[in-house]
Design a binder for this molecule. Structure first.
Ligand code: ADP
Ligand code: MG
Length: 697
């Protein structure tokens, strides 16, 4: 259980004074629902009110704090005019300007705040308007003796529409004040060497920047906090890993007979990297320990077939296997492409997705329970509570980036200790692999199957759309098949969808051809029908939103056009490009960019033109965008660092990794007094899952 000392921090933010339901919703959107989330939401800027000029010499445009006397009030004569108050120091006169202040209550308020003849300290942005000094809506108006009541330096936090700076800052302050004093969990010698303060002090400092330099991730305070977060992450992963391994697995032996039958049916030879990865997997499966392995490989590197061969090992041992894919479409595709080889080995396939319902679903579940299905392929539906295998030996999860550590654990807790193989087509930079998958062993399939030609990549401006369409017409006349991808941005989904629809209409007219259209808003059946038509060659051109990003396999497609390529991330572009170059024909990828295009987007497109090595692209992606984006934080909830940035704090990541190992070697149950403190650290960063693991193990 969470230590009592942390209870106040894990209260809902609405418990803060001044935070009602409306504000709570907005704050939760930017920071999170708990006070701890707010406390960990570090400032992104700072307002410096320490500039205290004489009015006559005040630089227009700057935030300044001035001490003045109130001269007189000039209420508006008509509603549309602002309410003005004139103030002066001994050097000049300035007008304070208040818009929409014609209400009597506002006038009363201003009269009370700014009594004529009194001195006031005022802070805000000074502007010059036709030689007159003005300040519109000062941020602070206080009596001179109350100057301590406003901060000379104000932290600025990330906001969202409807959320303004002041209430947000106040809420964060309230949350930080609730951070208790906790026993130190870091090694004192290490802290001394780094010259780092305690957690609370570091957090206070991080929330009290005086200038931009204090916002740098490299300040001692932010480094300390980042290190705490990374250590919590590494400890958690090691604990989870330890408990999964501690759970005895089962040794799955096979002679390789079924595997050999399937291999004999393959129209190609497996590559060396494929064989090596398979050997690693088989070794894990044969061991007593439970396998938890990540199989990384570029798009089309041939992971799926490797997973089938591994699954056949389980089947031969009299167990069942499951293959989970992220979408219905991919499930059908896996089913179709694996069926012939599974058949050759005499393995019985089944399929379970959200589409299987009622009696049909019951029949599948009955067969599964009776052991009449050897390999079940499906979506998340595979792991619904009522799905019971007779004896699951190996679970394979395809396309890891939608599948976080929590789901991995869920899968583990499902009945008997099945081996787990996770496949990802998004190559993951080393540092991220450590933070997100530190609980797993990793195999990599490098390179692509032989005979694949590299995809020629061209980057062109949208002003050359006409040329592009002319080229496309020639290629399509020759029988080529092409994708045309339009982006779908969450915020303006409707508009983008309309853009994709318009594009389909436009291309249909320009090319005089049937054009397919798939997007996320289509019903699954409609979408599949459009995909099928493209696969079968009935439509040669498929306009799509990014729904085709994940795993679609049409080897005959040789052209990929990505419109608004500047809006896509590198990993996404790489995925999209991987949709072509799958057959024997030479393929090309055309990245169309539209204005405005920023520096980062340019750098991305350049990278795409220069390399098609997924691992290089992943490292570059991390450098350009930061880790949250690379792993698709929002969808996956995979990496939720608030204070650490694995790209910047990479050095600490290695230290934290070693540190965590050492800690657990010396004190596996975290029972020493430092161990106790480290438990608090884990809870502080919401790693309750890891602590639970420890209890169970
Ligand atoms: P991934 O799952 O890594 O994206 P797939 O397993 O879907 O890749 O393989 C992509 C395509 O390459 C499939 O059509 C598959 O049959 C084919 N393939 C796999 N391995 C080889 C190989 N060694 N030689 C030739 N083609 C292969
Ligand atoms: Mg795949």
């Amino acid at each position: 259980m969470r230590p009592a000392i942390l209870f106040p921090l894990f209260a809902d933010i609405r418990t803060l004074s001044g935070v009602g339901p409306k504000l709570e919703k907005l704050i939760a959107k930017v920071a999170g629902p708990k006070l701890a989330d707010l406390a960990f939401d570090l400032p992104v800027g700072v307002v410096d009110r320490s500039y205290r000029p004489k009015l006559a010499s005040a630089e227009p445009g700057r935030i300044a704090t001035v001490e003045v006397s109130v001269l007189d009030h000039l209420p508006p004569r008509i509603k549309s005019q602002p309410y003005k108050v004139r103030v002066s120091d001994d050097s000049a006169v300035m007008e304070l300007v208040f818009f929409r202040a014609h209400h009597g209550s506002m006038a009363d308020y201003l009269a009370a705040q700014l009594p004529v003849g009194q001195r006031r300290v005022i802070s805000g942005r000074i502007e010059k308007f036709k030689d007159r000094l003005q300040m519109a809506h000062p941020d602070y108006i206080v009596a001179p003796q109350d100057i301590a009541s406003f901060p000379l330096h104000e932290p600025v936090y990330g906001l969202t529409e409807g959320l303004t700076a002041r209430p947000m800052a106040k809420a964060v302050r309230g949350a930080v004040d609730k951070v208790p004093d906790m026993a130190e969990w870091q090694d004192p010698a290490f802290l001394k060497q780094r010259k780092w303060d305690g957690f609370r002090a570091a957090l206070e400092q991080a929330h009290a920047p005086a200038h931009d330099g204090d916002l740098s991730p490299e300040t001692p305070a932010r480094q300390r906090l980042a290190y705490d977060e990374l250590l919590a992450n590494q400890l958690a992963l090691l604990l989870i890993r330890g408990s999964m391994r501690g759970n005895k697995g089962r040794a799955v032996f096979s002679t390789g007979k079924l595997k050999a039958q399937a291999i004999a049916a393959l129209p190609f030879a497996l590559t060396d990297p494929q064989l090596e990865a398979l050997a690693e997997i088989e070794q894990d499966m044969a061991s007593e320990r439970r396998m938890l392995r990540l199989l990384q490989g570029d798009v089309g590197s041939g992971k799926t077939i490797v997973s089938l061969l591994a699954m056949l090992g389980a089947v031969e041992a009299g167990l069942q296997a499951a293959l989970m894919a992220p979408t219905e479409l991919l499930v059908r595709q896996h089913l179709a492409s694996l069926e012939p080889y599974a058949k050759a080995a005499g393995a019985r396939l089944g399929c379970l997705t959200g589409r299987e319902k009622g009696a049909g679903r019951d029949a599948i579940l009955a067969k599964l329970a009776a052991g009449e299905i050897d390999i079940l392929i499906g979506t998340h539906a595979l792991f619904s509570d009522d799905v019971a295998f007779k004896e699951l030996g190996l679970a394979v999860v395809d396309e890891q980036h939608r599948f976080g550590v929590h789901q991995r654990m869920q899968l583990q807790s499902k009945g008997k200790p099945a081996d787990v193989l996770v496949m990802t087509a998004t190559p993951i930079p080393r540092t991220l692999a450590l933070t997100a998958y530190g609980d797993m062993d990793v195999s990599r399939i490098t390179g692509r199957p032989p005979g694949r030609k590299p995809v020629e990549t061209r980057v062109i401006g949208a002003d050359r759309m006409g040329d592009l369409i002319a080229h496309l017409r020639v290629a399509l006349d020759r029988g080529a098949r092409a994708y045309w991808v339009c982006p779908l941005v969450e915020e303006s989904e409707k508009i983008d969808l309309a853009a994709a629809q318009d594009r389909a209409v436009m291309l249909r007219q320009a090319l005089g051809l049937d054009v397919g259209l798939v997007h996320g808003k289509l019903k699954a059946a409609e979408r599949d029908a459009a995909m099928e038509a493209f696969k079968a060659g009935q439509t040669q051109l498929l306009v799509a939103t990014t729904v085709i990003e994940v795993g679609v396999d049409v080897p005959e497609a040789t052209i990929m056009v990505v419109e608004h390529a500047e809006r896509f991330g590198l990993a996404q572009l790489h995925q999209l490009r991987g949709r072509v170059g799958r057959g024997k024909e030479k393929s090309s990828c055309i990245l169309l960019w539209h204005q405005p295009i920023g520096q980062t987007a340019r750098a991305r497109l350049k990278t795409m033109r220069e390399t098609d090595d997924g691992f290089v692209i992943a490292e570059e992606d991390l450098r350009l965008r930061g880790p949250g984006e690379v792993l698709g934080r929002r969808q996956s909830g995979l990496l939720e660092f608030r204070m650490a940035d694995p790209a910047i704090h990479a050095e600490f990541l290695d230290i934290a990794h070693d540190d965590a190992r050492l800690i657990l070697r010396r004190d596996p149950g975290l029972k020493s007094s430092r161990g106790e403190a480290l438990r608090t650290l884990l809870y502080l960063f919401g790693r309750d899952d890891a602590v639970r693991c420890m209890r169970a193990g």
